[in-house]
Structures are given as structure tokens and as C-alpha cells.
Ligand binder design. Structure first.
Ligand SMILES: [Mn+2]
Length: 240
């Protein structure tokens, strides 16, 4: 049976019509990689979250709003975008439950930062203010299916095994990033300015990617290997 992948889904804060929101490309990528996507709306009910986790084989934490400065215990910096603390809390609980049951997790963009914070790492609220000298990490939104900046990949990583290359080009649409990684995690890719662009857990069950492979894979097929990795890990876990 195909692995069932839970994807968190949130209210669209930009409209007042109470629509839930998830970019179709996440669903397309999970399906193309061989999984069944299930969209889960934000809840703070821990029992419901446990049920979700028991129903699903793996977790996809998608991109989204900025992490709340309340979660970070910091003051908001200039340029902060939409925040959604209910979503942040939901995704932390999802992460904890999936992790507790050793079920695979893929975090994209904001999801990558949720992974860092969930494992005891830290993030920059704004790389352009806090990191100093960076290259451009914000492509025009309508060009996110195009490759943009390069990243160097650690040869001792699952990510390297997927691309079989120590340097690839990726797209980029973020102003936050991981500043320090958490326990049992390692950095697997960086851009030339030192911004962390990918992480994975030492046990290989968690992968965090700062770029958006789901927006690239239709033109750049190799990028689907990141989603295939999640699905293959789920298949492997189910067999044991
Ligand atoms: Mn970037």
C-alpha cells in the first residue's frame, strides 16, 4: 500500500473567507513520488493529533508564514510577514508525535525551520538583517519553477546520495533560515554566503530543505528525489 503522508493545512490569513490553504504542488509532488497526501487542518487538540499520526506514515511540513516571535521569545524585527502561532504550535505537536513514533518527516522552507526549533536549534527571524552579507534568497514568486542560487552539498549525507553531486542549483523564497541546528541533526547543504539550506537527522528519518523542490520537479525532475526519499523511508519503516 502507498504511504499516507499528512500535510498540515492552514486558514488563508490573506482573505476573510475562511478558506484552508495548501499549494497544489505539494500534493502533486507527494503523488508523483508515490504517496497519498492527506490534508490536516490546524487543531490544538492533542488527542486528535495523536489520531492523525496513527493514521499516517509520514509528515510533510510545508512552507508558510514566518515563525511567531512569541515562539522565538524575541521581539519582531522589521520586515516580519504574516505570523500564525496556532499553526506553529500545531506543527510542533505534529513533529513531536511523528518523531515519537519514528515516522519520517520532510520539512520544506518554514517546515525546515520548524524542524530546527523542534530539535533544539535556532533560526534567524530575518537573514538580511541578522546574517549580514547574503546573496539574494527571494526570487520573484512567479519564477519559483526556475533554478536560482547554488548550494554546496555535504558528501556525507543522504541529500548527496539523492543528487550525486556536491553542487546544485535550487530556487529560493525565504528571509528566515536556520541559524543553529539541534540535537542529532547535521547541516547537509549551504549557499555560498553560509546560509543553511538543508539539514537531516543522523538516523535519516528527518530531512529539512530550505528551497521548494515541489515547485521545481516538473521542469527539473531530479528535485522529486527529495519527496521520493520521504516516501521510500516510509516504505522502509512500514516493512520493519
Ligand atoms: Mn536560499
Amino acid at each position: 500500500m502507498k504511504p499516507i503522508i499528512l500535510i498540515s493545512s492552514v486558514l488563508n490569513l490573506k482573505d476573510s473567507k475562511n478558506n484552508y490553504l495548501l499549494n497544489k504542488n505539494y500534493v502533486d509532488a507527494i503523488r508523483s513520488a508515490g504517496g497519498i497526501p492527506i490534508l490536516a487542518p490546524v487543531t490544538n487538540d492533542l488527542n486528535d493529533i495523536k489520531l492523525y499520526v496513527s493514521m499516517c506514515d509520514g509528515l510533510l511540513l510545508p512552507g508558510g508564514e514566518d515563525v511567531s516571535p512569541i515562539i522565538l521569545e524575541e521581539e519582531p524585527l522589521r520586515g516580519i510577514g504574516y505570523i500564525n502561532i496556532e499553526r506553529d504550535k500545531f506543527e510542533f505537536e505534529l513533529f513531536n508525535e511523528f518523531r515519537k513514533h519514528k515516522k519520517p518527516i520532510l520539512g520544506i522552507c518554514k517546515g525546515c525551520q520548524i524542524i530546527a526549533l523542534s530539535t533544539g536549534g535556532k533560526i534567524y527571524q530575518d537573514i538580511f538583517i541578522q546574517h549580514g552579507n547574503t546573496i539574494e534568497h527571494s526570487q520573484p514568486e512567479e519564477q519559483l519553477d526556475e533554478l536560482f542560487h547554488s548550494v554546496s552539498i555535504d558528501e556525507n549525507s543522504k541529500l548527496y546520495e539523492l543528487f550525486n553531486s556536491s553542487k546544485i542549483r535550487v530556487n529560493s523564497w525565504h528571509h528566515q533560515a536556520i541559524s543553529s541546528i539541534g540535537k542529532n541533526m547535521k547541516v547537509t547543504a549551504k549557499s555560498i554566503d553560509g546560509i543553511i539550506e538543508a539539514v537531516e537527522s543522523l538516523d535519516g528519518l528527518i530531512m529539512g530543505i530550505q528551497w521548494h523542490p515541489e515547485l521545481l520537479f516538473k521542469k527539473h525532475r531530479k528535485q522529486l528525489s527529495i519527496y521520493k526519499y520521504l516516501i521510500n523511508q516510509c516504505i522502509k519503516i512500514k516493512k520493519t
